[in-house]
Design a protein around this ligand. Sequence first.
Ligand SMILES: Nc1nc2c(c(=O)[nH]1)N[C@H]1C(S)=C(S)[C@@H](COP(=O)(O)O)O[C@H]1N2
Ligand SMILES: [Mo]
Length: 361
Amino acid sequence: MSLWEKRDDMLVHERDPYNAEPPRAALAGRRTTPPDTFYSRNHGPVPDLDPAAWRLTVDGLVERPLELSLADLRERFGEHEVTATLQCAGNRRAGLAEIRAIPGEDLWGPGATSTARWTGVRLADVLAEAGLRSGAAHIAFTAPDVSLLAHPPQPFGGSITAEKAVRPEVLLAWAMDGRPLPRVHGAPLRVVVPGWIGARSVKWLTRVTARADPSDNYFQATAYRLLPPEADPAEAGPGGITLGPIVVNCDILRPDDGARVPSGPTEVTGYALAGGGRTVARVDVSVDGGGSWTQASLDGGDSPWAWRHWHATLDLPAGEAEITARAWDSAGAVQPESPAHLWNPKGYANTSWARIRLTCA
Ligand SMILES: Nc1nc2c(c(=O)[nH]1)N[C@H]1C(S)=C(S)[C@@H](COP(=O)(O)O)O[C@H]1N2
Ligand SMILES: [Mo]
């Protein structure tokens, strides 16, 4: 039996806690990622919550603290849908680990990125009912899954700015692709924070707290920070940058890395994701290590919060080939060439050029 109703060919980094990504080809060409293919990232045991007994507490710097059942959420707030890509900050960590080892972290490929149509209520509407008090600058999320990876062990949590929290794309979601959230993806309710690192889309949500400061949860205050190369990853030392909005990134999905393909015209496809509130402006593909570039065609674009698939036809000579790709966003930012300049002790945010190696016969 496959774990957590996932397809059999998932690349399982860890069984417990369950951490797995789909193979590249399974993401290719699909606007949304079926739930059995969607990557899953967990820091502790997957909770089994009784939806009837479950309640969401809204507290902290609010005028009216709330305690809401699922029925309350459905009845008292309007239902909304957003097609959004989630991407783990550890996506493509394997490329950073080639530069220098990253002990204790899973070596994710490009598959810690998946897209779904999420249904739920706007966090903004729930916060409006509670009434944010002045000074409420951050909205913190807490879940019941206790992670032994945290020091000290504690439930998973994190926060986003109040400015982001009241934007219409941020949902408290109970459904994924029109079906109730699978347990491993956060049933009965999760936050979906489009454009921000996956860690802020807290699953099995039980508490929303308005605060003056960011969450002091381990996964906000210590982990998920871009540390200086020489820093100790166990410490929230100086110079660490808290990760929030995603930075423009892309990868190649087809052909697979290491594949043997016929020489001649070859279709190359992949995804690109802009993050923040930005959009993907262009994707370039090269067969000569960036000496010259071919512009890829972008597909989709109907949801500003979803990835763009792209494709280009390249003429591959016989022999070994390396294909690289880079995306530009609407702010003019482009992916850097080398992971060497991006290396950080926790291995986050590898946005360097995508690269695959092929043998062309
Ligand atoms: N409660 C809880 N929420 C969580 C996590 C977790 O371990 N516990 N992992 C986070 C991380 S790091 C990511 S990338 C996304 C992954 O969501 P998924 O498993 O639905 O793909 O969930 C986030 N929400
Ligand atoms: Mo993540």
